[in-house]
Design a protein around this ligand. Structure first.
Ligand code: SAM
Ligand code: SF4
Length: 339
């Protein structure tokens, strides 16, 4: 007897329920962060990228199948033309209660323009990537970015009522001396802060991963000398482990894919802007949902393709960075599947 799975929630072979979808809405970006992209990146031809209507349909299928949290990312999601129409459309799932959270990860360059519209679409919390508070270093790390534009965008977003979490990649010999400053600035501004370990994803030209890699266990120990880090069991549905900084009252998270493997509690999958579903950030196996999407206006084939992909979700990633493993663990860049 075959079981009717039409209304069953998405559960993978390791009994993990899939409730979180991250969608990279574009692989393009107005920055070229050195750990993320090579300066002369080749981007996808526009014809291969799903339309905003197709992205809405795909996201809505996941919501129907039990996804409760949706994060739009990229590349830089806010540089995609007319992206607010996608936020507005997806906001209907927040209004109906089908979706608990609609959120975005952004480099902040376009926040001044879009913060109010994000709020109007039902976005309440956003992640903004900011690795340094030093203007020169900011331009060095992003190659094309301007710190004042991003800080201005963050200020507008705060005024618009968005809760902001700052994401900073911990980079050896680059922003190591600024971690205390980032903690105190976030404390003053009322932002949470998460440090991220560099992950070996994609070719980044002449940059070397071992030169960039700084284990967060070290960062945490150093921060512990200056700040009182109180353990919490707070989770956002993402992989970060959180502490409360007693002196500032803000949360401080650590995303440690290399020093601490978080795969056992993984609840998420990632969709690219071409409709490819990656069941794990650190593995190459993927499912093409674009064909099922375009094959028919009814969603049966699409639902079946999503379920069969989830049935293949692997147990975990195999990231390693050491002297013998300095190249990428997966060929694609973070901007393809989103952070
Ligand atoms: N452009 C947006 C931004 O920068 O927030 C969204 C996409 S970006 C790929 C998402 C996050 O991934 C950023 O916080 C970025 O710092 C991080 N990231 C990019 N490449 C990474 C890598 N190789 N290792 C760790 N984090 C990375
Ligand atoms: Fe662009 Fe974000 Fe990658 Fe930086 S980390 S290059 S802002 S996609």
């Amino acid at each position: 007897m075959t079981m009717d799975r039409t209304h069953a929630p998405l559960v993978d072979p390791f009994a993990r329920r899939i409730t979180y979808l991250r969608v990279s809405v574009t692989d393009r970006c107005d920055f070229r962060c050195v750990y993320c992209m090579a300066e002369d990146m080749t981007f996808l031809p526009k014809a291969e990228v799903l339309t905003l209507e197709e992205l809405d349909r795909l996201c809505s299928a996941f919501v129907r199948l039990g996804v409760r949290k949706l994060r739009l990312t990229g590349g830089e999601p806010l540089v995609r033309r007319n992206i607010m129409s996608l936020f507005r459309g997806l906001g209907r799932h927040i209004a109906s209660g089908a979706l608990e959270e609609l959120t975005v990860t952004t480099n902040g360059s376009q926040l001044a323009k879009y913060a109010d519209e994000l709020v109007a679409s039902g976005v309440r919390r956003i992640n903004v990537s900011l690795d340094t508070l030093d203007a020169e270093k900011f331009t060095a790390i992003t190659r094309w970015g301007r710190l004042d534009q991003v800080l201005g965008g963050i200020a507008v977003a705060k005024r618009a009522g968005l809760r902001i979490k700052i994401n900073a990649v911990a980079l050896k010999n680059f922003n190591e001396d600024e971690f205390d400053r980032l903690v105190s600035w976030c404390g003053e501004e009322g932002h949470d802060l998460t440090f991220i370990e560099v992950m070996p994803m994609g070719d980044i030209g002449s940059e070397n991963r071992l030169d960039q890699y700084l284990p967060l266990s070290l960062v945490r120990a150093r921060l512990g000398q200056r700040w009182t880090l109180e353990e919490t069991d707070y989770r956002t549905g993402g992989p970060a482990r959180y502490f409360t900084v007693r002196e500032t009252g803000q949360r401080l998270g650590f995303i440690t894919p290399l020093t601490h493997n978080f795969c056992e509690s993984c609840n998420r999958v990632r969709l690219t802007c071409t409709g490819t579903l990656f069941m794990c950030l650190g593995q190459d196996d993927a499912a093409d949902l674009r064909q099922a999407l375009r094959e028919s206006e009814a969603d049966d084939a699409l639902d079946a393709a999503i379920r069969s992909a989830i049935d293949r979700k692997p147990k975990g990633h195999d990231f390693v960075i050491d002297r013998r493993h300095q190249g990428p663990a997966v060929q694609r860049h973070m901007s393809v599947t989103g952070g």
